[in-house]
Design a binder for this molecule. Structure first.
Ligand code: AOF
Ligand code: ZN
Length: 371
């Protein structure tokens, strides 16, 4: 096989490993959802003999799953791993050692692991065992899939995903009217799917009061996948009769409140199963960097910010947004419209457009910045 053909083959199998890794996105706790393929070539072309993805909850790791499936066929094979194999002893021996013991002769890796127990060490173990290692194949694509894990490891805060639904005239709603339909049913389902893959959904108190949203996942079969819902509410204005509070015993609600918030309001919300997070303020607002650090410490790696415009602005102004998803609806809002905090024509300049899609009549755009 020529070097060019080999690189093409490696990219093809790594792309497949990345697709596989999506299977458990959002379901592996603080672990990334990694994909592994074991591929062997007995002269008739490469063939997948084992595949694995990090198990729900984060263990076993992807390599262990794939090696178990491959069994003796792993001997002499190539392993494609979307993240550098681990080098630390957890509940099982390191994956790097497991690959060597199984007789894998070549490992192709994508993203490098920032975890200090692993970084560089996983690849070193493999090389010491005489295994050929190729690093960084489709590294950016793999990093994009596990962005929450990487950002939490590197920046000690969750990945912040900002979602905005805009009308054709660039509005996000109409003043005083609560929830206004902007995007179509397919877009809404996509939002619910994104919620299901997130660890938390956040809104500001303005949106909580104006829209009385539920912020749950309402897709057939995925009802149990609603993540924790968070409201930024310095003065505890959230009503005990709101849908959020009324459903708090079923799907958790956390409220970020100022340290000086009214104790009676606090007690009323706590009595309804709402968890109050006492949070520092800065210039009359919740101090977002510190708050995000607290969320990361709680294990939250992916945070979806769903509104409203002021909250979006606050995150954008502090450069705390990593990914922006825009749902452009076809209807017009016109007079009394609330202007979107952001349009695709005035994106922060460090963002690039990753993906465009059509969801029925709506146009979807996904923008990211470098981790
Ligand atoms: C792998 N394969 O599938 C995953 C890895 O808590 P533990 O012991 O599971 O370790 C967590 C670390 O394991 C995590 O920070 C990352 O470095 C690595 N994740 N490694 O070899 C996998 N999910
Ligand atoms: Zn491992």
């Amino acid at each position: 096989m020529t070097a060019v053909n080999r690189l093409e083959t490696d990219r093809r199998f790594m792309a497949a490993a990345i697709r596989l890794s999506h299977k458990h996105s959002g379901r592996t706790a603080t672990n990334p959802s990694v994909g592994t393929l074991i591929v062997r070539d007995d002269g008739t072309g490469p063939m997948i003999v084992g595949s694995g993805v990090t198990a729900i909850g984060g263990r076993p790791h992807a390599e262990a799953e794939a090696l178990a499936e491959a069994g003796a066929l792993a001997r002499g094979a190539t392993a494609y791993v979307t993240l550098e194999p681990c080098a630390h002893h957890g509940r099982t021996p390191p994956c790097a050692n497991a690959l060597a013991t199984a007789g894998v002769v070549r490992v192709v890796g994508a993203a490098t692991d920032p975890d200090t127990r692993v970084s560089g060490k996983g690849y070193a173990i493999l090389r010491q065992a005489g295994i050929e290692v190729v690093e960084g194949v489709l590294a950016e694509e793999a990093a994009d899939q596990m962005a929450g894990y990487l950002i939490r490891s590197l920046k000690k805060r969750p990945q912040v995903i900002l979602k905005i639904a805009l009308s054709s005239d660039g509005m996000v709603g109409r003043s005083g009217e609560g929830q206004v339909a902007i995007s179509g049913p397919l877009s809404r389902r996509m939002v619910h799917l994104m919620r299901a893959q997130s660890d938390a959904i956040l809104v500001g108190i303005g949106t909580a009061l104006a829209d009385d949203p539920e912020l749950t996942v309402r897709l057939d079969g995925l009802e149990g996948r609603s993540p924790v819902r968070i409201v930024l509410d310095r003065q505890l204005r959230l009503s005990p009769t709101s849908k959020l509070v009324q459903t708090a015993s079923r799907v958790p609600v956390m409220v970020a409140a100022g340290i000086d918030a009214d104790p009676a309001r606090r007690m009323a919300l706590e009595a309804a199963s709402v968890k109050i997070l006492a949070t520092d303020s800065h210039e009359g607002r919740i101090a977002l960097p510190e708050f995000l650090e607290d969320l990361a410490a709680m294990g939250i790696a992916n945070l979806m910010v769903e509104g409203g415009p002021e909250t979006a602005r606050a995150f954008l102004d502090e450069s705390l947004v990593d990914r922006i998803v825009l749902f452009h609806g076809v209807g017009e809002i016109g007079a009394g419209g609330i202007v979107s905090p952001l349009r695709n024509t005035d994106m922060p300049k460090d963002f690039r457009r990753l993906r465009v899609a059509g969801y029925c009549k709506d146009r979807f755009e996904e923008w990211v910045r470098k981790i």
